[in-house]
Design a binder for this molecule. Sequence first.
Ligand SMILES: [Zn+2]
Ligand SMILES: [Zn+2]
Ligand SMILES: [Zn+2]
Length: 691
Amino acid sequence: MKKIIASVVAVTIAFGGLALPAAESGLSFSAAISASADESTAADFNYTVLSDGTLKITKYKGKANNVVIPETIDGKKVTVIGTRAFYDYTRKNSLTIPSSLKTIEDNGFHYFSFDSVFIGSLKQWCELGNNPECGTIFVNDVKLTGAVNIPNGTERIGDSAFYNRGEITSVSIPDSVTSIGYHAFAKCGNMMSVKMSNKVQTIGEGAFSDCEKLTAITLPDTLTEIERDAFANCYKLEKANIPSKVKVLKACTFESCGSLKNVTLSEGLTDIEKEAFYNCYSLSSIKFPSTLKTIGYHSFYRTSLTRAELPSGLTTIGQEAFYMCGSLQSVFVPKSVDSIGMWAFSAGSDDSKLFYEGSEASWIKIGGSKAFPDGCEFNVVYNYDPNHKHSYTTKITKQATCTAAGEKVLTCSICGDSYTQTIPAKGHSYGAGKVTKQPTCTAAGTREYTCSSCGSKKTETIKAKGHSYKTSVVAPTYEAQGYTLHKCSSCGNSYKDNYTAKKTVGKAAGNGFTCTATSVNFGWNKVANASGYKIYAYNTSTKKWKLVTTVSANTFTYKQSGSKSGTTYKYKVKAFVKENGKTYYGESSDTIVTTTKPAKVTIKSASVSKTAVKLKWGTVNGANGYRVYRYDSASKKWVTVSTVKDGKTVSYKESKLKSGTSYKYKVKAYRKVGGNTYWGTASAVKTYKTK
Ligand SMILES: [Zn+2]
Ligand SMILES: [Zn+2]
Ligand SMILES: [Zn+2]
């Protein structure tokens, strides 16, 4: 069946975080013409419909530089990229993978490579398998680099998922992962550590090969299969373990792990395949599990093993299994061995011994006569009794010094087995040393040590002690701010902080006055801490303020006598504090305006008619007006006849009086200052009789 899809559907495709119309993304939806049977065609893709109703892309025919795989084609989800669906030798700019994609079949991207790949989740990337080759992976638009934490819930790491990703420095694989695929992390040349899933069951071929910076790997007990080359060429790998469910250590598992020193093989292991530890030239010792049956070809070729205590039950030792092992001193071969390959062992020295549990005849029968290459023969001890109790005597062949390790050789007086042990360097005996320079608060000191054993000297720096600040609070004065003083009790260094404001003398404020015609008496409010007050009066002729008196702290009034009546007197008050022989002044009060009362009026004369009396009185200094009173004989009260609102008007005429009648008058002057009215004393009463 061949379908031609001619309709162009409006589709937007997520690309690098931007939603671009299909046309701009470079994805062409032009009608296609070539498709095989069972295949359908839409735009740049041929596809088949899978049994679950989703699509497998079988062929990409587009030429876009930015390749976008759509989430759906013709309304169906894209889940699989078929084998060789993408086939091209030219490198492309980018690939965008839809969240629907679950599987990439073998060689799905045959020769296809990209500068960048955009994908929505790291879990999806891990589980795809056969991941396309690319320069940079963007997960949700974030560049994958550095420490990679694979999200929990990820079930597997697919084939080549992180192949050749130099940007990864470490990886954490969650416990949800049970399988790690072929070359999954191969050639991650900067990956220094791997946190392994504790539930992993299988590790694929070469999964961690060529991880040149990986230093250690810890494998969990759930692991059953490790495929060949899994850790090959991990030059920095020093430590590894093979858990007990792994029965076969596959070929080249640790090949050329030149730093491998510490490897634990668990009980349960039956076979060590060829070249498993080939060229692990730092490997100087290993304990073989008792379950071991076969040791393969070249399996320990070019290691630095000194002893090989092969377990009872071992049957086969492969060709050149321990060849080129220049340190090999002692080899123990059990009776169970029925086949030894050619040149299986090369002796480390002329004294190297091989202890065989069987007879010379059976040694020859199992291939022993060809077991050593020419010039590297062992001294074979036949009929070795594995059950005898070794009785080793120790001979120190090199004394350890402070800095250099020594050596001792242990030799069994019964069987002749001997091996060399290292005596660790003693280290210097420096004792407590001597202080040659005391540290100060800020400068380091020194301590010198001399080794009592070799005389070697070393100098140590004694850290500066740092200041021992004690704090004290200094109160403010009228001269200076207060502060907290931090002073070092050791060296005297000091600094200040938490400053508080200088003390100040408050500003005095007047609180009113009383007065007579010849005196004023004004008061002011107490100023805190004042030692006394200075009183200043304003001299109207010199136009200057003049100190009139100084009063004590408990005086809050000042009375001036002998003053002129009806006159304004201005004062100021200034508080002061005496402290430590010095006097500090506050701000002067606002001007206190006072006045004396106007003087007593003197009625001088009156002109009288039948119905009127016109009073005349003398001018009163400072008066703003006068009030004229007449005695009302009916009510027996003084009544106001008139208020003369002018200090210069000194007469008043009362009319409409009865003739031939006596009238009593008196007059008061008044003065207005600051909104208040100050009354003078009433004049003497004068009586006038109308005509
Ligand atoms: Zn012995
Ligand atoms: Zn020493
Ligand atoms: Zn100090």
